[in-house]
Structure formats: structure tokens, C-alpha cells
Write a protein that binds this ligand. Structure first.
Ligand SMILES: Cc1cc2nc3c(=O)[nH]c(=O)nc-3n(C[C@H](O)[C@H](O)[C@H](O)COP(=O)(O)O)c2cc1C
Length: 173
């Protein structure tokens, strides 16, 4: 397995997560090996067997037991869809799930991390959210500005942001 092409896709409990297989497909087209990580709540929104078939790897939502094998190390991380709840917790350093634990370490390890929010206008106006986005950006996390409106969820923007932020391992590089 090439060791520079492992992309963790962390999925949160937003309605659009039902289509998250689309992001996996786009990333695989760019040559990434995908490890899906889900927040515990996201397990109700995603099709776990379909994603496991698509990636060839188990979907992780809990810490492994000591005798279980480690997942391959992430070379880059996309959090998509990213909820209001998870973005605020990430900024605060809360690690009460495996997904948040992975996210918490990434800036300190220098792993490129892109957040693609699925947050409606009412929540996006809140001061705690705006403060969270600002502080994550100050730490080098790329929080994508998603377009207003009810169009298709812009999964491709997460991959565009990764390639603009120096992530290794894209096909052809
Ligand atoms: C049908 C449905 C759709 C939801 N969509 C969103 C969403 O798009 N964005 C969001 O921030 N929360 C959304 N929520 C609320 C989250 O599921 C809830 O805040 C949850 O605690 C988030 O958990 P997580 O951040 O650990 O994944 C939705 C809830 C339901 C029931």
C-alpha cells in the first residue's frame, strides 16, 4: 500500500451524509485510499455496508481495542459533511469520540485537514460557530466557504481545498 495516499474521510450526522459515497468516489478517482471514520450519530445517516464495500475497509466510529490492528496513518483528512456540533467541539479541543480524537491530533501532527461544513444559515450566524471557524483557520485548518443556496452539496470543494493546501498523494503527483 503506498504510504502517502491515505485519506481519512470523517463523516458527521448531517442529512447530506446519505450521499457521502460520492466524496469517496471522487477521492478514489484522484488515487486516494479511503478510511471512513464516522461520528457515533453519523452511523444513522450513512450506509455503512455500502461504504465498506466501496472502500474495502471497515468504517471506524470507536477507538480500536488494544489487540485490534491500527488503521493506516492518515496523510490527509477531510471532515465532510461537518456539522455545527462537531466543528464547535473540534475548535474547543473536545475529544469525546474517535472522530474528534483523530481531528484533535491532526494540526499538531502537520496532517492537512479540510472541513466542509453542512451548516445552515441560522446556525452559521452564531457567535460560537464563527469563533470556532476563525480559531480553526488560525491553526491552519482549512474550513471551506460553502456557497449559499439549496443546490447539490459541493463535495468536490473538499478535494479542491486539499490540493490547494499541499496534500500529498494525488494521482499523477
Ligand atoms: C435529519 C437530520 C438532519 C440533520 N442535518 C444537519 C446538518 O445538515 N447540519 C448540522 O449541523 N446538523 C444537522 N443535524 C443535527 C445533528 O445530527 C446533531 O447536531 C448531531 O448531534 C450531530 O452529531 P455529530 O456532530 O457528532 O455528527 C441533523 C439532524 C437530523 C435529524
Amino acid at each position: 500500500m503506498p504510504d502517502d495516499k491515505v485519506l481519512y474521510v470523517i463523516m458527521c450526522a448531517a442529512g447530506v451524509a446519505v450521499d457521502a459515497g460520492r466524496l469517496v468516489e471522487l477521492a478514489q478517482d484522484e488515487g486516494w485510499i479511503i478510511q471512513v471514520v464516522a461520528t457515533p450519530s453519523a452511523l444513522d445517516f450513512i450506509d455503512v455496508p455500502a461504504l465498506e464495500k466501496q472502500t474495502g475497509r471497515p468504517v471506524r466510529s470507536t477507538y480500536r481495542k488494544p489487540n485490534e490492528p491500527k488503521s493506516p496513518r492518515a496523510n490527509a483528512i477531510i471532515v465532510a459533511p461537518a456539522t455545527f456540533n462537531t466543528i464547535n467541539k473540534f475548535a474547543q479541543g473536545i475529544t469525546d469520540s474517535y472522530a474528534l480524537g483523530v481531528m484533535a491530533e491532526a494540526p499538531g501532527l502537520g496532517i492537512p485537514l479540510v472541513v466542509l461544513p453542512a451548516v445552515n444559515g441560522a446556525l452559521a450566524k452564531r457567535v460560537p460557530y464563527r469563533t470556532a471557524v476563525e480559531s480553526l483557520r488560525a491553526e491552519g485548518v482549512h474550513v471551506v466557504r460553502t456557497p449559499e443556496g439549496n443546490g447539490a452539496f459541493p463535495w468536490h470543494l473538499a478535494l479542491d481545498a486539499l490540493s490547494m493546501n499541499g496534500a500529498p498523494g494525488r494521482a499523477g503527483c
